[in-house]
Design a protein around this ligand. Sequence first.
Ligand code: EPZ
Length: 419
Amino acid sequence: MACIQISGGCPLCGEIGLQGSKNAVLPMLAASLLIPGETRFFHCPDIADVRAMAALLQKLGAAVSWDKGVLCVNAAGAHPVVLNEKDMADTRGCILFLGALTARFGQARLAHPGGCVIGKRPVDLHLLALKALGVVIEESEVICGRTKLVSGAEIVFPFPSVGATQNALLVAVLAAGTTRLHNAAKEPEVVHLCHFLNMAGAKISGIGTAHLEIEGVGKLHPLDYTIPPDRIVAGTYITAVLAAGGKAFLKGADVGELFSVIEPLKAAGAEFHLFADGILVKRSAKARLRAFDYIKTEPYPGFPTDMQSQFVALAALSDGVSIIEETIFEARFGVVSELKKMGAKIYLNENKVVVEGVLSLSPETLIGRDLRGTAALLVAALAAKGESRVFGVEYLMRGYEGFVENLKALGARIEFDAL
Ligand code: EPZ
């Protein structure tokens, strides 16, 4: 079983470019099913989740090809096909085919989606939105949606679900009439999807707010689109530099999308220089980070749940006591047991951890159990002087392109070990 070998304790120094955003491109790939003709995705990350979605597009009859980092999708010849449990196992993003298939063909049959085991992850809000838009839903081990006419609706989300907002958008853009979404998710990945759809001919307004208005159009047209940089990958590299010490320039990082990550780090003593074309982050080996008084994960623009594990790793090394509360997912503290093996002092109580920072962590063999948790264990191992091994490479590959290569370019002593 593959793992990543790290000889920790080296400061990181240099410049890296940022991959395209996984959580921005996945919904756009589902949306490409609505577009008869070739859509080209520039700066598309070559990661397992993208390849899984591309394979499903091919199963649905779309032509898919990679051309030097550009992913081309032509869904003109697409047709409805049942997506079974195996098809849906690899990523949560494939739930968006529910909306795309229904909008394109008036029918969808797909198993429940896979993705990181960080909670139950129901799809009730997705189904609530589609039913409001006139889709007849039957849910058993397979989710079936069918409709003769999708008509605009007024939808109020009880919770600003990212995926449910995206599925509602995919159906509403081709619906007859106007749809209004209230308490919609405002994550950048929803904003990027709205821009993508509008560039394809959709009519969405209120972008970036919790109230989206979609005027249905007859059809969408092909386009070229450049995937924005991945804010969570940028945040992960920032925590890696702060854990190991050093200085790095993250080319392309969008400061605006990282405000709720950078602010608590600055308060903890991290040094940032913000530029139009990227972020410089620095921590000298002598200046230990101070603890985070209180971090609470929230829907955007609050602190992102996808950075929670990485902050627990940082808190383990900080000076003082940090409290981190997870309010989005009910089982997202998989890193705690692994960090405690390294000597971290972490007390878990339901959806909160209290972390008493220690001066150093010991190298260990660590088991990653989800995408961001595995990245967080690598962050911790970079700081621990000595030889660590991190398992869970298959999770990392889902969302991080060239992670090991980039860390090596920054001076980390890190290698894949195929074992
Ligand atoms: C997206 O997941 C992201 N995944 C997640 O990133 C991210 O953590 C999450 O949004 C929150 O920002 C992708 O974009 C592929 P939600 P999604 O619907 O859409 C509950 C990563 O590491 N809920 O906003 O699944 C749900 O159980 C991944 O890249 C319902 O109860 O997130 C969760 O507790 C992890 N019913 C909360 O809402 C529903 O119908 C947030 O879920 C839908 C969601």
